[in-house]
Design a protein around this ligand. Structure first.
Ligand code: PMP
Length: 437
């Protein structure tokens, strides 16, 4: 395909035409584990797009389902009407979700799912007759999308500092990333579980009956694959239960097999009250997200003392037929190919391969769980992100797509990855680290 000459119109702060106007990197095609660039090169996808293309690219079942649905029923209003595929997908998702999470709200992205879950959490306490609870608790270094609720509970100060007060009544738990103690741990790190007790400290600062929900990424993804120590999430669950606080897992990255189980809730054996998913729900192909809620929450909205209070929420495209068809075909592909447990089967190989980079130049930490990993680099003094970014550019030139966040290389290949691909990912990174300043 030809590349347009005038690239000025499309603006997003992070898109390539801002940084590389003269020589933008463009993908024009993709198949399975590889992208094709505009100059005809094959690039191994080490990041499943943006952690979303879990089944690999342009998979036939999904492509055909989208084409068929687009020709058959393109759109049906989600308000006061329905169509079968949204119901089918909701059923299928509820079956796949951990026991007890059995009703589904559809959205169009991770960010929208976060807003939806936060609104449900606040409304839940009212409809269930417990009065108004308005406080929310997130976590430092948590990422929950880019909308106002998400950046309020999100733990990245830089993302919210220019937007004023945002949601008020938000506290942040400390993260459990303790580089000095936990560096180079394999799988779950050993230290920091006691930090869950910080939740008790925050609860004690306020009246427990004012706190609606705690929202966490089970494994923080975008801020560099930060894995909780054993027992940490369980302890959060216990404290939430003790005080009637809802626990929300943002599984936008960890969902759909990324950890070698269908969801992180399965991996850690902790069931939240709400689970947010997106990305892998449709294999990244069509925008769609979901919030899967417990029967306790669903019942409160249906029959709780305050159930007649109107809860107005939903999007024009919620449960859109084409997205629903893509979701069904995606879940079917995961099932047929055993992809939701592939991270468990390949996990040891992945772990050993990644940790073989321990002695590579600049490496100060390596983290892994399921088929996700991070290689953290020593930042260049006074020039944060420069080293990792230069590794990104060099890797791309050598035919590997990685993602960097700060000075961390984050890796999350499609779950169809083979051992040979893993070797290529690790070998390329080793070479690149030998070349960067
Ligand atoms: N939550 C988490 C944990 C995410 O990783 C992301 C996206 N990286 C989001 C929410 C936001 O999703 P989206 O970009 O689809 O709005």
């Amino acid at each position: 395909p030809s590349i347009p000459n005038d690239l000025d119109a499309f603006w997003m702060p992070f898109t390539a035409n801002r940084q590389f106007k003269k020589n933008p990197r463009m993908f024009v095609a993709a198949k399975d584990m590889h992208y094709t660039t505009s100059d005809g090169r094959q690039v191994l996808d080490g990041t499943a797009g943006l952690w979303c293309v879990n089944a690999g690219h342009c998979r036939p079942l999904i492509t055909e389902a989208i084409q068929k649905q687009a020709a058959e029923l393109d759109y049906a209003p989600a308000f006061q009407m329905g169509h079968p595929k949204a119901f089918e997908l909701a059923n299928r998702l509820a079956d796949l979700a951990p026991e007890g999470l059995d009703h589904v709200l559809f959205t169009n992205s991770g960010s929208e799912s976060v807003e939806t879950a936060l609104k449900v959490a606040l409304a839940y306490h009212k409809v269930s007759g417990q009065g108004s609870r308005t406080r929310l608790i997130g976590r430092e270094r948590g990422y929950h999308g880019v909308n106002f609720g998400g950046i309020s509970v999100g733990g990245i100060v830089a993302n919210r500092k220019m937007f004023g007060t945002l949601l008020t009544g938000v506290d942040h738990l400390p993260h459990t990333h303790l580089p000095g103690k936990n560096a180079f741990s394999r799988g779950e790190p050993q230290h920091g579980a006691e930090l869950a007790d910080e939740l008790e400290r925050i609860v004690a600062l306020h009246d427990a009956s004012t706190i609606a929900a705690v929202i966490v990424e089970p494994v923080a993804g975008s801020t560099g694959v930060l894995i909780p120590p054993p027992g940490y999430l369980k302890r959060l669950r216990d404290i939430c239960d003790k005080h009637g606080i809802l626990l929300i897992f943002d599984e936008v990255i960890t969902g759909y097999g990324r950890l070698g189980t269908p969801f992180a809730a399965d991996y850690f054996g902790v069931v939240p009250d709400m689970m947010i998913t997106a990305k892998g729900l449709t294999n990244g192909v069509i925008p769609m997200g979901s919030v899967v809620v417990s029967s306790k929450i669903y019942d409160a909205f249906m029959t709780g003392p305050g159930h007649l209070i109107e809860f107005f929420h939903g999007y024009t495209y919620s449960g859109n037929p084409i997205a629903s068809a893509a979701g069904l075909a995606t879940l079917e592909t995961y099932k047929q190919e055993g992809l939701l447990t592939r991270g468990a089967e390949l996990g040891a190989y992945w772990e050993d391969a990644l940790h073989s980079l321990r002695d590579a130049p600049h490496v100060i930490d390596i983290r892994n769980i399921g088929l996700v990993g991070a290689v953290e680099l020593q930042p260049i003094a006074g020039e944060p992100t420069k080293r990792a970014f230069s590794a990104f550019v060099k890797a791309f030139e050598k035919g590997l797509l990685i993602r960097t966040t700060g000075d961390i290389i984050a890796l999350s290949p499609p779950l169809i990855v083979e051992k040979g691909h893993i070797d290529q990912i690790v070998d390329t990174i080793r070479t690149v680290l030998g070349e960067v300043d």
